[in-house]
Write a protein that binds this ligand. Structure first.
Ligand code: AMP
Length: 121
């Protein structure tokens, strides 16, 4: 199975967090998604929501499994509400190194708890 089809990748940081091989501050665990605090938070609330399955970016998740894309967004909403920000939060998928993606396992940033400028930097 290729990585675009979701199989775990041995040297993938987020696959290893999903597997429990690398510690993380987990805030929500679903059947197919995991949410944990970003190690370098950019806002008072900064949580990453990832699929258990390995997909390199958000578009690959959507192409392989549209329902999983929806689950990521639903999980993000649950996390934002649980963190005290049900109505005001920002969701970000960085895609590609030029857009700031550094970990090539799809992840949805959930940012909240401060004013968030627009346009983003
Ligand atoms: P991106 O730059 O969009 O690929 O986001 C990757 C995010 O992963 C960054 O915000 C990092 O701070 C975060 N990160 C890197 N390593 C870890 C880790 N071990 N635990 C939690 N977050 C991490």
């Amino acid at each position: 199975m290729s990585d675009s089809q979701g199989a775990p990748v041995a040297d993938c940081l987020f696959c290893r967090i999903v597997a429990g091989e690398i510690p993380a501050q987990i805030v929500h665990r679903g059947e197919r998604t995991l949410a944990f605090r970003d190690i370098a938070p950019q806002a008072p609330v900064h949580v990453l929501v990832v699929p258990h399955a390995h997909h390199p970016n958000a578009a690959a998740v959507a192409a392989a499994d549209g329902e999983l894309s929806a689950e990521l967004v639903r999980t993000a909403a649950v996390v934002a509400a649980a963190e005290g920000h049900p109505d005001d939060y920002r969701l970000v998928f960085n895609t590609g190194a030029g857009a700031g993606q550094t970990v090539f396992h799809a992840h949805l940033h959930v940012l909240a708890g401060r004013g968030l400028a627009w346009p983003p930097g």
